[in-house]
Structures are given as structure tokens and as C-alpha cells.
Design a protein around this ligand. Structure first.
Ligand code: PMP
Length: 423
């Protein structure tokens, strides 16, 4: 800790118990070690940071071996598509790899505006802005738009990035029970008048559970209480709705009912970055003032080109979304028939298999991996211990046979582990 002494010179006045420069006592490190030790005690290899050697699609290669893959959000199989790779390569040939500056200050390239125009059109909004990271988009946008006099109401299962943005904003924060628009409305009724602006933040398709909010109710309620509604479409674009346009198409709601559409380019659109689509004053403010945009480099041109081409392919080939949804529905049905708890999944792209403990989830993931299936275990503290799970991301590229084999392997792994009393 530094404090100012007379004369302005800075000096350390660390209390005696201060860890000082000892990095081994950084908060959280011990927890990471404990998880590692627990894995070793159970004889489990870490499921984290495994390098994939090629394109991680419905199939992937890890350590020289091919796996069926349910751990990548390449929902429509567009990452690895030669058309998207060609668009990225052409952008490299024209602009090089980097934008080499903030867009405000010489980093602007035509492809940035083209991607934003295409996204604005997809949402029927006046404008759109792309930022270099989906996570940073939520942090900087919520953090910048809201302030100490304001109110942020968010679903209790909202992504970490939105929660971080709300924290950064200094606004009063209230988490409401998952998907409970009535509870959110009660909070608004009680709190709205004490605050300047109010913002409700929800997801169009929840990333851990694969369920969908009642968008019409949220939109109507937000309007009634003069609150802004922001919807994170990270896992909804390409996944929800008959043509993959997202939660508004799925729910039959006009996209104009939502004030702030947020999404990521890293999932269906096989790039990297985030976007905000909405009315012009919002986008104008963000492009001139949001710190995560203004003080950050412009999106790498090949990534912007890849996402633009992905969006075009998504729109031209709606059969991909239909196939993804059919695959997810099939997997959901088979997992349920085998007696697994799939929570509230709508069976559109994400299906959790809830196993009730982190040890059970880690063991099941290891058994499946051994059998050639890559699926990520989601353990405490990312989710509460009793809802530790395997999270299956389906892809348009999985075949029915692969899905049936996977459901059968899940049931067999449960039998195999039954003696160990973990599944
Ligand atoms: N929002 C949600 C709902 C997410 O699931 C994620 C990441 N998985 C993000 C935002 C952050 O996006 P990105 O990974 O593209 O930075």
C-alpha cells in the first residue's frame, strides 16, 4: 500500500501482516491448488487448457486423437468453413493482421463499418458498434452507461461480464431470480423512483442452462417502468428462431422492443469481439466515449471480415440453424430418456447434464474423454456445487448417429461410475 508522506514522496506503509511482494499468497491461488490436488487425488487429468490441433468443430483432434466435440460454441460449423477463411485471408492481404490503432484515431477500416451495417440490419436498429472482446463489451458498455444514481437489475444467472460491468458502473445492483420477470417488476416498482436511469439486463439464451426468457414480458414490463432493456445474445444469434436471428425471432417480439442488443462475434460468427446494436444516440455515445472502445485497438480486420462473411452465410443458409436445433432437441430427448437431469434446457443449442457434484461431473467428463468424447465439466464455483454439470454445446455438424452414440456413452459412463457412487 502506498501513501503520501509530507513533501509528496511516496512510501510504503504496509502493515506487518501484509504479504508485500509475495505472489504465492495472492487471493484465490490456494483454491486453484486445492482443485488441482483434488483432481490428482481422484486420478483425473485436468480438463482445462487442452490444446486442440485443428479446427474445433463437431469433431476435433487433441493429442493426436480424434474426438467428438461438444465443448466449442461453433454452433453452425462456420469456423473452418473455407468461405470464411477466404474472407479473413483477403482482409489480411489488404490490411495486414492488425488495425494498428484505435478506430477513433486511424484504426478504422471499411470492413468495420460493413460488419456494423450488416448487424444493424439484422436487428433492424439504427446503428451498431463492434468492440474487440465480447466480455469487454459488457464491462465497458454497462460500466459507462450507468452511474451511481442509477439502477441495474439483472438476472441472477447473468454472465460474469455483465455483472462486472454493473459493478464497475457504481449503480445500485439487484439480481432477480432466474427468468422471473415478475420479481424484476416488483423490484422496479419499489426502487424505480429512487434512481435516475434503470437498466434490466438479461440473456436471450442462457449459456449454462440453455433456456430462454419470456422476452415479451420483460420488454413490456421494462417499458411500463421506463427502464432500458439490454439483451445479451451471445448464445442466441444463429441458434434461436427459425432463421437464427435470435431471441426476438424465437419469442415473436419486434426487435425494436429491446433498447440495447448485445452479442459476441466469437460464437456463431466465428470471430472474436462483441457488438452493441441500438438507437443512434446510444451508438454515437459509445463510439466516442466508451473506454473499452476508444482506448482499445480496432478489431483486427481479418476477424471483422470473418464475422461479416459468417453472418452472410448464416442468413443465406438457415438450414444450419434448423439442423442445430434438431440436433439439440434429439440430444435433449435422449438424455432425458436415459434419466439424466437436463434442467430447464429448451433443447435449442445448449444442453446441460446436471450431475449434482463437482466430483461426479469431473469423473463423467474424464470417462467420456477416455471414450473419445470431449465435453466440458462445469464445476463449483462457476455453478453451485449441487448443480455441477457437463455442458453440451451442439453443432449443426453433428450427425444423428454421433448424438445417439454420445447419449449411449453418457449412460454407460454413469453405469461404469456407479460403483464409485458418484453419478
Ligand atoms: N456474454 C455471454 C452470455 C457469454 O457466454 C460470453 C462468453 N462465453 C460473453 C458474453 C463474452 O463473450 P466473448 O467470449 O466473446 O468475450
Amino acid at each position: 500500500r502506498l501513501s503520501r508522506r509530507k513533501g509528496g514522496e511516496e512510501a510504503s506503509e504496509a502493515p506487518p501482516e501484509s504479504p508485500g511482494r509475495d505472489l504465492a499468497t495472492l487471493p484465490g491461488l490456494r483454491d486453484i491448488e486445492m482443485v488441482r490436488e483434488a483432481g490428482e487425488a481422484l486420478g483425473l487429468e485436468s480438463p482445462y487448457f487442452r490444446p486442440h490441433e485443428g479446427v474445433a468443430g463437431a469433431r476435433t483432434v487433441i493429442g493426436g486423437r480424434e474426438f467428438l466435440n461438444f465443448a466449442s460454441y461453433n454452433y453452425l460449423g462456420l469456423n473452418g468453413d473455407p468461405r470464411i477463411a477466404a474472407a479473413a485471408k483477403a482482409a489480411i492481404d489488404r490490411h495486414g493482421v492488425s488495425a494498428s490503432a484505435s478506430r477513433l484515431a486511424s484504426g478504422e477500416r471499411p470492413v468495420h463499418g460493413e460488419l456494423e451495417a450488416a448487424l444493424a440490419e439484422q436487428y433492424g436498429t439504427e446503428a451498431c458498434l463492434c468492440l474487440v472482446s465480447g466480455h469487454a463489451t459488457n464491462v465497458t458498455v454497462i460500466g459507462h452507461l450507468m452511474g451511481a444514481r442509477d439502477l441495474v437489475l439483472h438476472d441472477q444467472l447473468i454472465h460474469n461480464s455483465a455483472a462486472e460491468g454493473a459493478r464497475l458502473s457504481g449503480a445500485r445492483r439487484i439480481a432477480f431470480p432466474h427468468n422471473d420477470w415478475r420479481a424484476a417488476e416488483r423490484e422496479l416498482a419499489a426502487q424505480r423512483r429512487r434512481h435516475g436511469r434503470a437498466l434490466i439486463v438479461i440473456e436471450g439464451h442462457y449459456s449454462m442452462d440453455g433456456d430462454v426468457p419470456d422476452l415479451a414480458r420483460f420488454a413490456e414490463m421494462a417499458r411500463r417502468h421506463d427502464a432500458l432493456l439490454m439483451v445479451d445474445e451471445a448464445h442466441a444469434l444463429g441458434v434461436l428462431g427459425a432463421t437464427g436471428r435470435g431471441s426476438f425471432e424465437h419469442c415473436g417480439v419486434a426487435p425494436g422492443a429491446v433498447d440495447i442488443w448485445m452479442g459476441t462475434l466469437s460464437k456463431t460468427l466465428s470471430g472474436c469481439g462483441g457488438y452493441i446494436a441500438g438507437r443512434r444516440p446510444l451508438i454515437d455515445l459509445l463510439r466516442h466515449a466508451a473506454p473499452g472502445f476508444v482506448y482499445s485497438v480496432g478489431m483486427a480486420p481479418p476477424l471483422a471480415a470473418a464475422s461479416l462473411e459468417s453472418l452472410r452465410v448464416m442468413q443465406a443458409e438457415p438450414w444450419r440453424t434448423a439442423r442445430l436445433q434438431a440436433n439439440a432437441a434429439l440430444f435433449l430427448r435422449l438424455a432425458r430418456e436415459a434419466g439424466f437431469d437436463t434442467g430447464a434446457s429448451a433443447g435449442l443449442g445448449i444442453v446441460p447434464v446436471i450431475l449434482g457434484s463437482s466430483v461426479a461431473a469431473a469423473r463423467m467428463a474424464a470417462a467420456l474423454f477416455e471414450g473419445g468424447i470431449n465435453v466440458q465439466p462445469i464445476l463449483f464455483p462457476v455453478v453451485p456445487e449441487r448443480s455441477a454439470r457437463l455442458r453440451f454445446f451442439l453443432s449443426a455438424e453433428h450427425t444423428e448417429d454421433e448424438i445417439a452414440r454420445t447419449a449411449a456413452a453418457l449412460a454407460a459412463a454413469r453405469e461404469g461410475l456407479a460403483g464409485a457412487r458418484v453419478a
